[in-house]
Design a protein around this ligand. Sequence first.
Ligand code: NOJ
Ligand code: CA
Length: 536
Amino acid sequence: MSDWWRHGIVYQVYPRSFQDTNGDGVGDLPGITDRLPYLAQLGVDAVWISPIYLSPMADFGYDVADYTDVHELFGTLDDADRLIETAHDLGLKVILDYVVNHSSDQHPWFQESRSSRDNPKRDWYFWKDPGPDGGPPTNWVSRFGGGSAWEFDEPTGQYYLHTYLAEQPDLNWGNEDLRNAMLDVLRFWMDRGVDGFRVDVAYRAKVAPQWRDNPPNPEWKPGMDPYEKLQETYTKNLPDAHVVGRMLRDVVDEYDDRVLIGEVTLPVDRLTAFYGEDANEYHLPFNFNLIHSEWTAEAVQQHVDAYERHVPESGWPNYVLGNHDQHRLAARVGPGQARVGYMLLLTLRGTPTLYYGDELGMLDGRIPPGMIQDPWELKTPDIGLGRDPARTPMQWSPALHAGFCPPDAEPWLPVGPKEDVVNVEVQRDQPASMLSLTKRLIRLRRKHPALHAGSYRSFDAPDGVFAYARSASTDDADRFVVVLNFTGETRTWSLAEGVHGKIKVSTRYGRQDEAVSGIVPLRPDEGVLICVDRSA
Ligand code: NOJ
Ligand code: CA
């Protein structure tokens, strides 16, 4: 059994925004295929592509109308086959998104389900009679906008559950036929050569929920996401989610070398339960805690140390710093700290996931009011929840539209800021660019077992500094120390007495192969990766 997903690096592509080839302003599968050599040169191992399936696009593909067909905006099934084949020829794996919790209301399954109370597919979704007051059966609210999570269906006199938009009805995993149909979707794609799945909101999958009101959240204040008014006692992280995780894993294990990644937005102790009691759920329950952490050396170290303690021995850690639901890394922490973040991500113990464009330091896009696309922003305007800013076109070159689409096309979202310098073509030739830094870090990570498979140990460090060692377990000759300055001021770090080393990479460039011992000065926003000399 190979463990490519342990030692490899995952790269997320948001398909609408990577490369448009036919001039409709929306990225497509042929565009991704054309750009696969870039990913191979970058040195990543797998590309995860957000949903490409048939969809009315109420939530940009996270509302699936057919799990086994490709949306015509993105291309055809043949295009998907060609993408998979080209990726494999280049030594890249392909991971698809699997939307487990809900389908589109336009899915034929739901159309049948809503057609009558006694339709055989009625029970594929959650239908309930009105509550005693004639209103929704519970007080549950929708993730997008905080309105009721129940939609009344006049003709059949019942409500259906939708954790997200009304256009995204929740699937009932308690129904055997639904379950089998959904599990066959995994087989369909694995038979076509797909190497794994990222399971959307894996911690929300439901088999037999209790229909009880969620309690109010005493910490909610005006200005916060209205959805957070309630605690989610009966709607997320139910034992059901683990039942479904095990079902998916059983099917994934019917095939060799596939990976199951779960989207699990939970604190560390509950997150790590998604490896499964017998390592029989997710290979990688996504760890978003670095995204949600305050960006200080102390807070980040606390997260990493706590996570390291919680990941079971049979499990393997992973880290995520950006995705299509979050503000861009460089926008959250600033361009200097984004580089520190990338050194962190690419030197920690555990599989890193990179979000397209973050390797260039892409910033949040500025979306004029008339161009807002994200249904979440449209439902809860102006409180900073909108996801369009992180979904702007990949910046390939200084050309018009950053080379994302032909010059006479109009990209579906405007190109982000600083496209003249934040783009692949310009940064490729600059040794000090974020792209060159990313490539150097990836090259070293691939080359040294200490960095892709070794142990992790953190040190006590001065304020604002996070420092740790990575060593190959079998041979201490392969040993690195990573020292990250999370502040905009100078700092110093002391290597233990007698320890000598060489700086292999600095996030601020210009110190390659500098010999170090004793006190190591750090510039503002500087991280250094030191290769420790064994003979010291
Ligand atoms: C999580 C996805 O990442 C997000 O983009 C989507 O809107 C929700 N799940 C609903 O599918
Ligand atoms: Ca296109």
